[in-house]
Design a protein around this ligand. Structure first.
Ligand code: SF4
Length: 282
């Protein structure tokens, strides 16, 4: 009873959909499967995919077998790159998450009406790089309100968020950007699964003595989830697998909350939860 695992821990629908598509393609025949960039930022899943000969490449020219299938990952890509991929002569499967597509459409729609775009997010993240491609060359990225203070004046600006952005950061940043614009459109494109995960985390992390966040150390959404937890409770451990668990912290905590990023597979979460329970009873 004193170890709670988040109901919304692990793969989000967009990531699950992309992985299912890739595994389906791999199972359906002898065709090699290539993904444009790593499907997700999780070492354990990446290893499993590599064992199945599902290869991550940066561009179509790197595919060793041109009879293979190219898969666009859940993060999406720029329209220019999409055209390049689709005209390379290989079979292409687009696994862009529909909720990322929604953000791309919102940007394209306002850019066509002459709006500049400010994306609240991580400028180096693949999703944000893809989103920038829809701004008609009039896009900027800010990480939060502090960076927004240095923005120029806009006649018309559309403020959009990376789909995994923390809601409070998005709204605080939007408030700052409004001071720089005559006409301002606030487009909250944080996806519903992220909102639900954040809501659940806020509710449960507050009352826990220890929060364990499971997921890749290079996963942006897992790192953001860990940061959110650190603002709510003093003891937070971010682990990739059960081997990194801090036994002393676990034995001393009365109530433990386990959550995970959108790129963490359920079997990794289960192993962490199992080990935590063993340590509590052992
Ligand atoms: S985090 Fe949200 S938008 Fe991103 S892939 Fe998952 S469901 Fe889609």
């Amino acid at each position: 009873m004193d170890v709670i695992v988040a109901k919304r821990a692990g793969f989000c629908p967009g990531v699950k959909r992309a992985i299912d598509k890739v595994l389906e393609l791999e199972a359906s025949g002898n065709t090699p499967v290539y993904t444009i960039g790593p499907l997700i930022h999780n070492k354990q899943v990446t290893q499993q995919l590599a064992e199945k000969k599902i290869t991550s490449i940066d561009k179509p020219q790197q595919a060793a077998d041109k009879n293979g299938v190219l898969v666009i990952r859940a993060h999406g890509i720029t329209p220019e790159f999409q055209r390049e991929v689709e005209s390379c002569g290989m079979r292409v499967v687009d696994a862009t998450c529909p909720l990322v597509k929604h953000a791309q459409n919102v940007i394209a729609q306002y850019a066509a009406k002459g709006y500049q775009t400010v994306i609240v997010g991580d400028s180096e993240h693949a999703e944000v790089i893809g989103l920038m491609g829809y701004t008609q060359g009039k896009g900027m990225v800010v990480a939060g309100p502090e960076e927004a203070r240095h923005l120029p004046h806009f006649e018309k600006v559309n403020i959009v968020s990376q789909t995994t952005q923390k809601e409070s950061v998005f709204f605080e940043t939007a408030e700052e950007i409004k001071k720089h614009a005559d006409i301002c459109q606030v487009s909250n494109t944080i996806c519903q699964p992220t909102k639900e995960r954040q809501k659940e985390t806020i509710e449960l992390a507050k009352s826990a003595d220890l929060v364990i966040v499971v997921g890749g150390k290079h996963s942006a959404n897992t790192a953001r989830l860990a940061l959110l937890c650190k603002a709510l409770t003093s003891a937070v451990q971010h682990v990739e697998t059960e081997t990194e668990l801090d036994e002393k912290l676990i034995r001393n905590a009365k109530k433990i909350f386990i959550t995970a990023g959108a790129s963490t597979p359920s079997w990794v979460i289960d192993r962490v939860a199992e080990r935590v329970k063993q340590l509590r009873t052992g």
